[in-house]
Ligand binder design. Structure first.
Ligand SMILES: NC(=O)c1ccc[n+]([C@@H]2O[C@H](COP(=O)([O-])OP(=O)(O)OC[C@H]3O[C@@H](n4cnc5c(N)ncnc54)[C@H](O)[C@@H]3O)[C@@H](O)[C@H]2O)c1
Ligand SMILES: [Zn+2]
Length: 380
């Protein structure tokens, strides 16, 4: 998938990544300082539309005034809907608050919802937009690295329920994704590192040269500037390509869950707490997936070492033993894997690998093999 690069004023290049979904297609626009152009870009896309901005308290304090100024500058009428920060907000109650606020603000079907924040805001606001008035267009302005490379693209929206995470939701594609890479400068370093695990994931799934590039450029990506924008753009190209071929996850889109079977079990066993962020769980999960594959003779052991070394260098945990606090047991992890959505009729839908860049869906992994592997890992 190619994109176009335009020069905007005297600033750094802006990268455009199209998501090819026919009439639901849209652009992911990536660049440093893009927030100030949000007004012009949105006004061009939906002339005359009003907008409800959904954000969280942390992001509102840091970046909302600038977005509101940019929109006012393009004569866009706005209303703000601010929810408490954190995963705990991703529930029915916040959904109701947001939908009601959208209706209170008289946002019509031709208007817009703008989600400015991390994946929590994006998932919630996107779902609210999907159901308010049976569907209002929405724009993603992702402000975490995870959201810029993953959650803002692809149209999965939803909330958590007492039955589990993301069990209620809708596919609702945004009409535009504006990823201002400079917004990540205010992100806590731990959140940046966690998002970086998802960047590495794209290299591991399908792009060995990208993984090698990250091995060379990691420090520059963390520092910001052109290398960061390029890493985000490459990640988005991969996600866009996969979503373009398999919008509703009938097959290939499942590859994006590489490292996530183990990762979700770890997150769930640690209670989705501060002990382990999602990206941290995925970092460990990806190393486990490589290890599991190399034991089955599928992937060279050297690749497992390279992946673990790179993630470790990025400051991420790479082994179950790296998780702080009480030691996890194999039984707990296996129980959580058993409850995963990826189990179909007793077999695990597992994403395996033939080496860096060579992930594939294996639909027939007997759960016992996974349990034995985990028991061994934890005993070691
Ligand atoms: N829809 C999808 O396809 C998809 C994919 C992956 C993850 N997700 C969802 O995404 C969520 C996780 O997203 P997340 O990691 O972005 O979490 P998040 O939205 O909770 O953001 C993490 C923290 O960073 C703060 N923050 C956000 N932007 C900031 C900034 N620029 N400066 C300072 N602080 C900032 C937030 O207030 C929050 O406290 C989960 O709910 C997950 O299920 C969805
Ligand atoms: Zn993930």
């Amino acid at each position: 998938m190619s994109g176009t690069t335009e020069k905007v004023s005297a600033r750094a290049a802006v990268i455009n990544v199209p998501v090819a979904l026919g009439e639901r297609g849209y652009d992911i626009v990536i660049g440093e300082g893009l927030l100030d152009e949000a007004g012009q870009r949105i006004a061009r896309l939906r002339p005359g539309a009003a907008a409800a901005i959904v954000t969280d308290e942390t992001v509102a304090a840091l970046h909302l005034p600038r977005l509101e100024r940019a929109l006012a500058g393009a004569d866009i009428r706005t209303t703000r809907i601010v929810i408490p920060a954190g995963e705990a907000s991703k529930n029915y109650r916040s959904l109701e608050t947001i939908v009601d606020a959208i209706l209170d603000a008289r946002i019509e079907r031709g208007d817009l919802v703008i989600a400015m924040g991390g994946g929590v805001v994006g998932d919630l606001a996107g779902f609210a937009a999907a159901i308010a008035r049976r569907g209002i267009d929405f724009v993603q302005i992702p402000t975490t690295l995870l959201a810029q490379v993953d959650s803002s693209v692809g149209g999965k929206t939803g909330v958590n329920t007492r039955h589990g995470k993301n069990l209620v939701g809708a596919f609702h594609q945004p009409v535009l994704v504006l990823a201002d890479t400079a917004l990540l400068n205010t992100l806590p370093p731990r959140e940046f590192r966690a998002g970086y695990a998802e960047v590495v994931k794209y290299g591991l799934i399908a792009d060995a040269p990208f993984f090698s590039w990250l091995e060379q450029k990691r420090a520059e990506v963390f520092a910001g500037g052109a290398a960061r924008a390029e890493a985000i753009a490459t990640s988005c190209r991969h996600k866009a390509a996969i979503v373009g071929r398999d919008e509703h996850e009938a097959g290939e889109r499942a590859l994006l869950n590489f490292g996530h079977t183990f990762g979700h079990a770890l997150e769930s066993a640690t209670g989705y707490s501060d002990r382990l962020l999602h990206g941290e769980a995925i970092a460990i999960g990806m190393v486990l997936a490589f290890d599991f594959a190399s034991r089955r003779g599928l992937s060279p052991i050297e690749h497992t070492r390279r992946v673990a070394a790179h993630l470790k260098e990025a400051g991420l945990p790479t082994a179950i033993a790296d998780i702080p606090g009480e030691r996890l047991t194999a039984e707990t992890l296996i129980a959580h894997i058993g409850q995963d959505k990826k189990v179909t009729r007793g077999k695990l839908n597992f994403i395996l690998t033939r080496g860096i860049g060579g992930a594939f869906v294996a639909a027939d992994i007997p759960p016992t093999q996974v349990s034995e592997f985990l028991e061994e890992k934890i005993a070691a």
